[in-house]
Design a protein around this ligand. Structure first.
Ligand SMILES: Nc1ncnc2c1ncn2[C@@H]1O[C@H](COP(=O)(O)OP(=O)(O)OP(=O)(O)O)[C@@H](O)[C@H]1O
Ligand SMILES: [Mg+2]
Length: 156
């Protein structure tokens, strides 16, 4: 299944993240694809809010530390693979353990190296793009039943 939305502001990006977060009640893996500054981290902030992560945590880009972990009703892992060039480079990060964890919510920026590797899979893949006037659009693709059920229930 595929759905597309226009996101006119930073708030729209957070809101769609929050709506998806509210629909999540069990393990899920979301790939966040799109160019620099497209809105992936902004989306992750909304997602954290929708998941019920405490407002005491400010969700920031994990570009340097690769994985940020937030406690909540479900553990939220915000991952950024920008600096990882090959799947082999994931060995030291603990990502494989996280992917196998029950009830983890995983959102991954720059997941292209995982897309190329058949041992990794996602429930939702969100492509963030911008037109020539910098208006953002997202296209959300689901894979499998869990992703499709969630996407079916997402109404903006
Ligand atoms: N729909 C939108 N319309 C306009 N600006 C937006 C929108 N969504 C997010 N932004 C703004 O775009 C900027 C970059 O957003 P963000 O950091 O989320 O991008 P990113 O995709 O995570 O970038 P990076 O690739 O560097 O990690 C921020 O200032 C954010 O507030
Ligand atoms: Mg980011």
């Amino acid at each position: 299944m595929k759905k597309e939305f226009i996101l006119k502001s930073d708030k729209d990006t957070k809101d769609v993240g929050q709506k998806i977060g509210k629909l999540i009640s069990s393990k899920i893996c979301i790939y966040l694809c799109g160019s620099l500054g497209a809105g992936k981290t902004t989306f992750a902030q909304g997602l954290g809010k929708g998941l019920g992560i405490s407002e005491d945590y400010y969700i920031t880009s994990p570009t340097y530390n690769i994985i940020n972990e937030y406690p909540g009703p479900l553990k939220f892992y915000h991952i950024d693979l920008y600096r990882i060039e090959e799947v082999i480079g994931l060995d030291d990060t603990g990502i494989d353990e996280i992917m196998n964890q029950e009830n983890a919510v995983i959102a991954i920026e720059w997941p292209e190296i995982l897309i190329k590797d058949s041992s990794y899979s996602y429930d939702l893949k969100i492509d963030f793009s911008m037109n020539e006037k910098f208006v953002r659009k997202i296209s959300i693709i689901s894979s499998g039943r869990r992703g499709a059920n969630l996407l079916k229930n997402l109404l903006l």
